[in-house]
Design a protein around this ligand. Sequence first.
Ligand SMILES: [Zn+2]
Length: 212
Amino acid sequence: MSGRLYDLSPRLTQALAVFPGDVPLSREEMLSVPRGDPVTLSALRATAHLGSHVDAPCHTEAGGVGVDELALDRFLGPCRLLAVPAQRGGRILPTTVERRLGGAPLPPRLLLATGTAPDPERWNGDFAFLDPALADWLAGRGVRLVGVDTPSVDPSDSKELPAHAALVRRDVTILEGLRLAGIPEGVYELIALPLRLVGFDASPVRAILRAP
Ligand SMILES: [Zn+2]
């Protein structure tokens, strides 16, 4: 277990883009060592969907569980990184994933690199999104977590959020906002633990791929 680590999390700063109207990160410094206080102490405020994050079922479903109730084993273990080059605003279909996979083994975690939201500090709403039919395709092959390099698995202007709904229905956990550019495709160990935020609709994660 000494393989190279790939950091999939964008830097969390005030400049990090969030959904239009959502709350960007800010830091309020209560105490400061340079100013003569005994400690530096700060408070943060931000959307729970900050940078690389997991969506909880309650984000989109009435009665869905909060992020604290997601099983930890989802976020740890064998994971395939797959490039699915897409057009801006393109739809990722099961056939696209199947073709790109080419019969390679599929562990219970799959990260899809679309390349359609390239700059974490510059919002573009025309990122690629998942066809809701992918939920059945993934769940049918034992996938329990899917991650994307975009702010959402649904189009940015979607109100129905059909991919979120389908994935929640099939109990496939959603990771969003990953940085996947430049990482070779293949099978890795994923480490992407959410905070134990009780009842929250999401949690930031520090997402890492460890090469074998
Ligand atoms: Zn989401």
